[in-house]
Ligand binder design. Structure first.
Ligand code: SF4
Length: 177
């Protein structure tokens, strides 16, 4: 049987959802029999591949670069999962939404005692006016809430998807979330 091609990625997130993924501990070994990780911060692959079965997307969409990434991921993924509250609702990244992005950048990079206060204009991608949840830009196939989702929730969601069933996450307390 061919293994499921799994990708994980973070956009504007804190990596906490990926830490919870690693908290699956020995259940990762169960998944390893059925899944090939084809792209992830956890493996050394530079380009998001084609023909991905499942992608877990952590984080909100906050920059021009995130917009490009989420559209590419959508094109190349069969089941796109909004992974954690930042992906589901924009959560923590959305705390900046009431403010003008330039004021946010000034507050972080200029309005304090720094040696060379300056707003970076290279490498750091421009901020969108607001941080957005994934479903504002692309079709999402499954929402996995939690900040972060518990390891049990993640395992349940992946195990069901691998078996071709829609996960029932309506009673998250069963999974310690
Ligand atoms: S949902 Fe929580 S743990 Fe996950 S990226 Fe956002 S802030 Fe971090």
């Amino acid at each position: 049987m061919n293994k499921i091609r799994l990708a994980t990625i973070w956009l504007d997130g804190c990596s906490g959802c990926h830490m919870s993924f690693l908290d699956m501990d020995e259940q990762l070994l169960d998944l390893a029999d059925k899944v090939e990780i084809v792209y992830s911060p956890l493996v050394d692959v530079k380009e998001f591949p084609k023909d991905v079965d499942i992608t877990l997307v952590e984080g909100a969409v906050s920059t021009d670069e995130d917009v490009e990434k989420i559209h590419l991921i959508r094109q190349r993924t069969r089941i796109l999962v909004a992974f954690g509250d930042c992906a589901v609702t924009a959560n923590v990244p959305a705390m900046r939404n009431p403010h003008d992005p330039l004021n946010v950048l000034n507050a972080v990079y200029k309005d304090r005692e720094l040696l060379n206060p300056q707003i970076p204009d290279k490498v750091v991608p421009p901020l969108l006016k607001r941080a957005l949840p994934l479903h504002h830009l692309v079709k999402v196939d499954l929402f996995v809430p939690g900040c972060p989702p518990s390891a049990k929730t993640i395992y349940h969601a992946l195990a069901e998807l691998i078996e071709g069933r829609p996960p029932d996450l309506t009673t998250l307390s069963r999974f310690g979330a």
